[in-house]
Design a protein around this ligand. Structure first.
Ligand SMILES: *[C@@H]1O[C@H](CO)[C@@H](O)[C@H](O)[C@H]1NC(C)=O
Ligand SMILES: *[C@@H]1O[C@H](CO)[C@@H](O)[C@H](O)[C@H]1NC(C)=O
Length: 279
């Protein structure tokens, strides 16, 4: 019994010495020496993982009763709505929408105003001097409103062994006043009626026996022709005609079947015409 009490005192003494000082403490005090705690305590930090949370504590005692407050009736008649709240933060930007369906074509607009007049043209070339006895009047002097018409075109490449009735398309156009010559069709079709000077040429290849037959045609009618046959060198000829033409008339140069005609960009073969006098 006495032994138990003594042990109890010692334990209490050791606990007051070490527990306050030590986080985790092993007190090495000699239990036999009463009131002696000279042996230093050693801090031993146990790096163990935290244990599970303890059980929920018991409900605390009921609090004291508060004082009676003064009950105040709210004056509803004087109440006002509070101030407007602050504006909320801007929402996130929406996703891009799908492209819309193609619209139907719009209604055709009204016809625009006519454009302003173009700039004044360049001054014309000086006229040819008059020789005594000839008609010195210009085209516009004799026939009001008449236009000058003139064209000249050459053949860029040779034509070998042409099919029957091949229209020669002189495709290098040097002059085309009045736009009456069409290099795609090879036809001259002036809009001004009158007398026209028309001339054309032909040239053989240098192959012995190579020949060409060509003719100037007006609306399919043969007017003048050329024929040349090579003796081993090129042979060149020309022919011409003065024709009365009206709007709708067409003049062209045509090759007979098996004709071979030489030309190159140098312009060995040509077709030209001009208005001599309107009628
Ligand atoms: C034991 O550890 C505590 C906390 O780190 C510290 O305050 C105290 O001084 C230490 N005691 C000894 C004896 O090292
Ligand atoms: C030439 O004739 C072709 C075929 O007929 C035609 O398409 C073209 O418009 C004409 N060119 C000119 C400048 O008249």
């Amino acid at each position: 019994m006495v032994e138990t009490l003594k042990k109890s005192r010692l334990i209490t003494s050791a606990a007051s010495c070490c527990v306050i000082l030590c986080f985790v403490c092993l007190c090495l005090c000699n239990a036999a020496e009463e009131d002696s705690c000279s042996t230093p305590c050693t801090n031993i930090t146990v790096l163990a993982p935290a244990g599970p949370p303890g059980p929920k504590g018991a409900m605390g005692p009921r609090g004291l009763r508060g004082r009676w407050g003064i009950h105040q009736q709210a004056d509803r008649s004087k109440s006002r709505p509070g101030p407007a709240g602050e504006k909320g933060a801007r929402g996130a930007r929406g996703k891009k929408g799908d492209p819309g369906a193609a619209g139907s074509p719009g209604v055709k607009g009204q016809k625009g105003e006519p454009g302003s007049a173009g700039a004044k043209g360049e001054r014309g070339q000086p006229g040819m001097p008059c020789t005594e006895g000839s008609n010195c009047n210009t085209v516009s002097d004799t026939v009001p409103g008449a236009s000058f018409v003139a064209f000249s075109a050459t053949l860029r490449v040779r034509i070998l062994n042409a099919p029957e009735n091949t229209i020669v398309t002189f495709d290098i156009v040097h002059t085309n006043v009045g736009n009456a010559y069409n290099k795609t069709t090879g036809k001259f079709a002036p809009q001004v009626s009158g007398y026209y000077m028309l001339t054309y040429t032909g040239m053989t290849t240098s192959v012995v026996g190579s020949a060409y037959w060509s003719r100037l045609k007006k609306n399919g009618e043969e007017i003048v022709s050329l024929y040349d046959r090579s003796n081993g060198d090129h042979i060149s000829s020309c022919n011409s005609a003065i024709l009365q033409l009206q709007p709708g008339d067409e003049v062209w140069v045509e090759l007979d079947g098996r004709s071979s005609m030489w030309s190159d960009p140098g312009g060995y073969v040509s077709f030209s015409g001009f208005l001599i006098h309107p009628d």
